[in-house]
Design a protein around this ligand. Sequence first.
Ligand code: ADP
Ligand code: MG
Length: 394
Amino acid sequence: MQKKILKDVNVKDKRVLVRVDFNVPMEDGEVTDDTRIKAALPTIEYLINEEAKVILMAHLGRPGGEVKEELRLDPVAKRLANLLNKTVFKTDETVGAEVEKAINEIETGDVVLLENTRFNPGEKQNDSDFAKKLGELADLYVNDAFGATHRAHASTAGVAEYTDEAVMGFLIQKELETMGDAIQDPEEPFVAIMGGVKVSDKIGVIETLIEKVDALLIGGGMANTFIAAQGYEIGDSLLEEEKIDLAKKLIDKAKEKGVKLLIPKDVVIADDFAADAEHKVVSVKQIEDKWQALDIGPETVNDFKDVIKDAKTIVWNGPMGVFEMATFAKGTFEIAEALAESDAITIIGGGDSAAAVKKAGLADDMTHISTGGGASLQFMEGKPLQAVEALDNK
Ligand code: ADP
Ligand code: MG
């Protein structure tokens, strides 16, 4: 079903309530990475230019339904004001008299940011009273919080029922279009690279993608379960024992489908999960007792690069190793480099993968870096995103 988008509605002089994803990293009361704030700017600036009254709402962290001083959105308002070069009126409440007064007092083209939606216990329960109170603040609702679309909360989904219209903002539109095109009608060869911690987090996506891709490259912690499935010892490496059978089935499925499935041939093992641990490159047949695999090895990197260089569409989800430690970052950075050099459509999903690409200084060389880890996984899995479903149909 096609959903209504921002361009489909008239916003002039209207009170427009916009759910954004401002769940940004903070340190000592300062925003340390404003990628997500910047990603919301096209929608916010459009509404300002179209002379709407812009009412923003967002969550930050996990306050658990109560006020946590360190999770107030004031630092976010400050950064947004800098980026917009414009006053942002920040309220100390999310709904109620103070908020209504602020909205009554602003002019068209002004911006208000409501307090952290998760200070209210109704938010995560998708409570209809809370959703109604939010909806009554505005004439129409725009959802642009892609990173929160896989959760039906009061400010992402419930609220859509309580405004005249409920539409999708530019960021969600771009995320869905870019990833949708890549997955539904990929230019081939289509290659998926999966890594990160757990097979169980990504099993749905792997099962969906194995039906569509020409090659599937597996690295990171999850590769260990596949290495174990091939009958090798993996020492103290991260393992999901109960997923070994599933890994075997996927190996068989890939064969059956003619999908090229690459599992690491060599890995960097360490005697401790630490940046200064003893470490060495070994074949996966020689992982020693008490050692753990923390990165893919150079032979594996080369095998992966060979596949990447011929690809026309690449989706990548999950780092190849513990890239947070320089000693084990090489596999991830080299794969990032290979994607950056490729002329394929390159799509990065997953919060840590996005962080790794940024850390490698290669963010600008990718076609699309999703702002939503869980949401992009759910979308790639082919499952509906609840907070998109809640919006008006065309
Ligand atoms: P994303 O957020 O991109 O979806 P995940 O959250 O699944 O990725 O996984 C990211 C984490 O996986 C990183 O913190 C990284 O350190 C860790 N990781 C990668 N490879 C290994 C490994 N071999 N052993 C343990 N942890 C790993
Ligand atoms: Mg992650």
